[in-house]
Design a binder for this molecule. Structure first.
Ligand code: DGT
Ligand code: CA
Ligand code: CA
Ligand code: ZN
Length: 586
């Protein structure tokens, strides 16, 4: 069993236990394990083969470690089989529908006899579902929409799943083949598309055959689709295809360029070559008159030969980037190293895994100058949201840790619910005392567009709301975004001086690239935050930066790329002066 399958099994166990109303503590332990395992840099079965102690992984205790061992050894888990047997067969499918929590699924089962998707659809169709108290017509419509979405959902994999698979694969190949000199992803993964069809790897090595054989014979390869002198294609048991090309050093640049795409970008680039009486292919650039081919060990030299500025992979979308590169219009895009603070972080005060202190130390270790502790507000009952009294204690703890730890500035913050009617979870006199207020939608996501738009804009009009968190609430490939007039929301953000978050949690990537680009055009201050629920998740900044780069963002477009002093003076400004001040400092 691979990591994704193990994580999914733990996720399912958590859901089934919640349906049984087991202890919250137990349920959380499984959820936490699932989350940790998805992100691990190494396959668990490989770790066990090397006899590593899994209990050293944060979030994995003895009970979970034993279960992992059983899963890896026997490809199943008795505990899971027994638990599943207590429920009807199709119930897990019903639970996979976004918006249907375990508690609701149990009600649908016990009160309407719904045990699978067809029965769920029937209950929506004949109006039984909407007649249940606290469900209603809107929820029924939303569920129907999600079922439809799941059905049409493509086989493409969210980048959140593809990236760790790719990282693990590269690490395994490097470990096995010391002759590898370079190995990097190309294709959609390198361009940072939010979903990935297959993973393309470009490699240089002393002994190409050795690398090709190594991939073809990996234990997690389910099928070898093709095996040649320079390339191999395999299908992993994770359900994703890998195309690996191994070439000589001197071809690396041209090949990497070709395999990075996009198809549309490559077409534009070939047109540019033609205009210079050159022809471009995956081996290099040929002069049409002399027939001489130039080779390129590095990509930048290839772009230079075509009279172009270097175009970063994230911009290779085939829209206007080649023209921009011709006119010197490719900006210096924001990089991970530009981000000086993280402004959306949870601890075990609400639904985070780690104590506040661990989060702060991890942020400091990563060189951040500032960090906002933004645990959930009181309305998020299931996420252990903070009452006003607990928020007071939370603030005092933040101030104390800031003094005790030193070397990093902390913001007393909250991630506060925007309720269905646009009112907020805390009153103004509470918000006023916080340094950083995120307002987010977590409930009633199925509202119609005018209602949702008004709800969010109403929150933005509050003078204490600094930023809107994960605006669309979508989960890449899993949950559709809310319906809203995003253009109106971006304009309201600029008008009110409310920042918008690019949520870097890889499942979310929200704002998405095109939205971030539009908000940037309108002068909205943007923030890249990880929404970390564990210390390791602070490393997810790179995903947010990927989105921002696809949106042509420079450091000046990102509020938390500002050094601490500049950032804190910005926060002192009343909201209605912020958009203008942000434009001036840019
Ligand atoms: P994906 O895998 O669907 O997420 O998207 P890509 O862009 O990774 O596409 P893929 O894996 O089929 O091919 C990788 C790159 O190779 C693609 O972006 C551009 C290049 N490529 C593939 N086929 C062709 C082709 O027929 N013509 C040209 N010019 N380039 C191609
Ligand atoms: Ca690909
Ligand atoms: Ca491919
Ligand atoms: Zn949230």
């Amino acid at each position: 069993m691979n990591n994704s399958q193990i994580a999914e099994m733990f996720e399912n166990i958590a859901g089934l236990l919640e349906m049984k109303s087991e202890k919250v503590f137990t349920i959380r332990a499984y959820q936490r394990a699932a989350r940790t395992i998805e992100r691990l840099p190494m396959e668990l079965d490989a770790m066990l083969r090397e006899e590593q102690d899994l209990r050293k992984i944060p979030g994995i205790g003895k009970a979970i470690a034993d279960k992992i061992a059983e899963m890896v050894e026997t490809n199943s888990l008795r505990y899971y089989d027994n638990l599943k047997a207590e429920f009807p067969d199709g119930i897990l499918d019903v639970m996979q529908i976004p918006g249907l929590g375990p508690k609701t699924v149990r009600r649908l089962w016990q009160e309407l006899g719904v045990t699978n998707i067809p029965e769920l659809e029937a209950a929506i169709e004949d109006g039984r579902l909407e007649s249940l108290p606290r469900l209603g017509k809107k929820t029924a419509e939303n569920i129907a929409r999600q079922i439809q979405f799941q059905r049409t959902k493509s086989k493409r994999m969210p980048i959140a799943r593809a990236q760790p698979i790719c990282d693990r694969l590269i690490a395994a190949l490097k470990a096995q083949c010391p002759g590898i000199t370079r190995i990097v992803p190309g294709g959609s993964l390198r361009r940072f598309e939010e979903t990935i069809g297959d993973i393309d790897l470009v490699c240089t090595a002393d002994d190409p055959a050795d690398v090709l054989d190594a991939l073809a014979t990996m234990p997690n390869v389910a099928d070898v689709l093709g095996h040649g002198d320079t390339k191999v294609s395999v299908y992993l048991s994770d359900g994703i295809q890998i195309d690996l090309r191994v070439v000589h050093e001197r071809h690396f640049g041209a090949l990497l360029q070709y395999f990075t795409g996009s198809l549309q970008h490559n077409i534009l680039l070939r047109d540019r070559a033609n205009a210079l009486n050159l022809s471009l292919n995956e081996y290099g650039i040929t002069d049409r008159e002399t027939g001489v081919m130039e080779e390129f060990a590095d990509e930048p030299a290839l772009y230079q030969r075509l009279g172009l500025q270097y175009i970063p992979p994230e911009l290779r979308q085939g829209v206007g980037e080649v023209k921009a590169a011709l006119d010197g219009g490719i900006p210096r895009l924001v990089e991970v190293g530009d981000i000086r603070g993280d402004l959306h972080d949870h601890s075990d005060w609400s639904d985070g895994r780690d104590p506040m202190e661990a989060m702060i130390l991890a942020a400091k270790e990563r060189g951040l100058q500032y960090l906002a502790m933004t645990d959930h507000s009181v309305g998020r009952g299931i996420a252990n949201g903070l009452s006003v009294a607990r928020l007071e204690e939370h603030m005092a703890t933040v101030r104390r840790l800031e003094r005790d730890i030193g070397g990093i500035r902390l913001l007393c913050g909250t991630e506060m619910d925007i309720r269905a009617d646009g009112t907020l979870d805390y009153a103004d006199d509470v918000l006023e005392r916080l340094d950083w207020v995120i307002a987010s939608v977590h409930s009633a996501m199925g509202q119609d567009a005018p209602t949702m738009t008004e709800r969010i804009i109403k929150a933005m009009r509050n003078p204490h709301v600094d930023v809107i968190g994960h605006l669309s609430t979508r989960l890449v490939g899993e949950r559709q975004p809310v319906e809203a007039d995003f253009e109106a929301i971006f304009r309201a953000a600029a008008a009110t001086g409310t920042a918008l978050e690019i949520n870097a949690s890889p499942e979310r990537l929200d704002l998405k690239d095109s939205h971030a680009a539009r908000a940037r055009e309108l002068g909205v201050p943007l923030v890249i935050s990880t929404d970390a629920h564990t210390a390791e998740a602070l490393d997810n900044t790179r995903y947010g930066v990927g989105v921002a780069r696809r949106a042509w963002c420079e450091p000046r477009h990102i509020l938390n790329a500002a050094p601490a002093d500049e950032f804190f003076s910005f926060l002192k400004l009343p909201k209605n002066e912020r958009t203008e001040a942000f434009a001036r400092s840019a």
